[in-house]
Design a protein around this ligand. Structure first.
Ligand SMILES: NC(=O)c1ccc[n+]([C@@H]2O[C@H](COP(=O)([O-])OP(=O)(O)OC[C@H]3O[C@@H](n4cnc5c(N)ncnc54)[C@H](OP(=O)(O)O)[C@@H]3O)[C@@H](O)[C@H]2O)c1
Length: 211
């Protein structure tokens, strides 16, 4: 499936880097933060000039896929119903020195991975874990491996169709997608895991996942 437009919630380092890469790949981008489109004007002119600023509540209106790039500590302020049944790519990371809302901590303590917490919180959105283990520097600058489609990015979801669509998006952006069995298995993509921020091709990523 060819993705025509994505939405990005979070217009910081990660969100604007993804917006720039998407623009290079001829994918339209709607982007939102806590600020109004007018307030984002100069920020986006500098960091993601081709992205279209929208109010967060309007992201699900046009985009086929929404990428969550807001720090987890801010997730209390993200409207739970905002994503409806959209595909929601969770690119956030659990950092142990980052305080998170009590509901987030409670679900982690109950044994959920951070993306499973996001999935529980934002249901019925179709949550996919992806784009979390590549830095904004590499998203932007790693053009050599991207151009040759070498760098592999892991994708984890309990929704097989949503994982496939995310894989298509990953390919369009110039990376090599590797689909993991389920959302829980996305734990391997998290900051303490062996693939985080590593430049790996598909074979290397699969090998690490099976070891
Ligand atoms: N930086 C990376 O290399 C990278 C790579 C992959 C994944 N990630 C993950 O992505 C997440 C964001 O990281 P970052 O480095 O991009 O952070 P950042 O530079 O601090 O940017 C955070 C963005 O989130 C927005 N935001 C905060 N609360 C919000 C809310 N309630 N609703 C909408 N937008 C909100 C902020 O908007 P305002 O400016 O309006 O406050 C800002 O645009 C983290 O979980 C991080 O681990 C980061």
């Amino acid at each position: 499936m060819k993705i025509q437009r994505i939405g990005i919630l979070g217009a910081g380092r990660a969100g604007t880097a993804l917006a720039r890469v998407a623009a290079l790949s001829e994918i339209d981008v709607d982007i939102a933060s806590t600020r109004t489109p007018q307030m984002m004007k100069y920020h986006l002119a500098q960091y993601a000039p081709q992205a279209h600023p929208v109010m967060a509540k309007d992201l699900a209106r046009n985009a086929e896929v929404i990428v969550l790039m807001v720090p987890q500590e801010e997730l209390d302020d993200v409207d739970r119903s905002m994503f409806s049944r959209s595909i929601l790519i969770d690119a956030t990371n659990r950092w142990h020195d980052e305080p998170v809302p009590a509901w987030f901590e409670d679900m982690l303590d109950a044994g959920l991975s951070s993306s499973e917490v996001v999935a529980a919180r934002f249901a019925p959105a179709r949550v996919v874990k992806a784009f979390n283990h590549i830095s904004h520097w590499d998203l932007d600058a790693d053009r050599t491996t991207r151009a040759s489609g070498q760098r592999a990015l892991g994708i984890a979801s309990d929704d097989a169709a949503a994982a496939e669509i995310t894989a298509d998006l990953t390919t369009q952006l110039g990376f090599s997608p590797v689909i993991l069995p389920n959302l829980k298995s996305g734990l391997i993509l998290e900051p303490d895991g062996p693939v985080f921020n590593e430049v790996l091709d598909s074979a290397q990523l699969k090998k690490l996942m099976s070891s």
